[in-house]
Ligand binder design. Structure first.
Ligand SMILES: C[S@@+](CC[C@H](N)C(=O)[O-])C[C@H]1O[C@@H](n2cnc3c(N)ncnc32)[C@H](O)[C@@H]1O
Length: 268
């Protein structure tokens, strides 16, 4: 399987290596720090039976499924995603569960629901792939009931933690990765977006996803290869850079952390 550039891939899943991206989400969900992050989100949201929840950019739908167990049949969870392939996979994975879960195709900024439809909106690792962040906040505000909660988790790619002896090249690579996303610094910017959109009782906590070398390569390998294709880095530079990380891994010293922030606020 080729290493897909995820910045392009998750913006256009249906035109990309869909299998790579679906397997990627499955494997990311299995990671301990990812599960800890979701548990923290659920604790903050405190979902009650009867509540109506929207998960925007739900991908393969596993977290929407987990939330549907909490709303009970008097409530509901709706997952939406711009990708038909993701929604088809979500339907396939969660069919026959008899939970109040529906999934459908829709772009984040144009959700096919009436105003004041939801008690909770949640979005994880989606806004980094979008440019129109203000429009998305307007849409979320429209969809939330007064007093409803918005919870977003996203990454600040400038804060990627990746110890490497070649600090200069590592900084260039991190900068290139961050700038490859339409909103690579969204994790750091979320707090201001919540404030600007009039949310109250805003809570914010850092949360990092720590991944092994194999998954780290799947996350950033394709992006770095795009940098080589565009002559930002040479093949030799990049191969040498990875070789150092492989040496660290063989010595049990590889470490990476994708630093993000969980932010939650209440609609006025
Ligand atoms: C990294 S995945 C995260 C999926 C899921 N939230 C999770 O945590 O596993 C990003 C998802 O955002 C979706 N996406 C990208 N652009 C979108 C947009 N404009 N509107 C809605 N979803 C979008 C992709 O199709 C993909 O499923």
């Amino acid at each position: 399987m080729q290493n897909q550039d995820i910045t392009e891939g998750f913006q256009h899943v249906d035109q990309s290596q869909t299998g790579f991206l679906i397997k990627f989400l499955e494997d990311v969900h299995r990671c301990e720090t990812v599960q800890e992050g979701f548990a923290k989100q659920l604790a903050w949201l405190n979902i009650q039976p009867g509540q109506h929840v929207l998960d925007v950019g739900c991908g393969i739908g596993d977290q929407a499924f987990a939330m549907a167990k909490l709303t009970g049949k008097t409530g509901s969870v709706t997952g939406t995603d711009i990708s038909t392939a993701m929604i088809t996979m979500a339907q396939h994975r969660h069919a026959m569960t008899h939970l109040p879960l529906q999934v459908l195709v829709a772009p984040a900024a144009r959700q096919p629901f009436a105003e004041d439809s939801f008690d909770i909106i949640r979005t994880e690792r989606v806004l980094m792939y979008l440019k129109n962040i203000e429009e998305v906040f307007v849409e979320y505000t429209r969809l939330l009931k007064p007093g409803g909660k918005l919870l977003i988790f996203d990454v600040d790619w400038d804060a990627l933690v990746l110890p490497h002896p070649d600090k200069e090249l590592t900084r260039s690579i991190v900068e290139f990765i961050s700038d490859s996303f339409p909103s690579g610094r969204i994790g750091a910017e979320l707090f201001c977006h919540f404030k600007d959109s009039g949310f109250k009782d805003i809570q914010i906590r850092p949360h990092g996803y720590m991944h092994n070398l194999e998954l780290t390569k799947r996350i950033i390998g394709g992006i770095i290869s795009t940098g080589v294709d565009h002559n930002v880095f040479t093949n030799d530079e990049v191969n040498g850079w990875w070789a150092e990380l492989e040496r660290a891994d063989a010595a049990g010293q590889f470490f990476s952390c994708f630093q993000g922030f969980i932010v939650m606020g209440t609609r006025n």
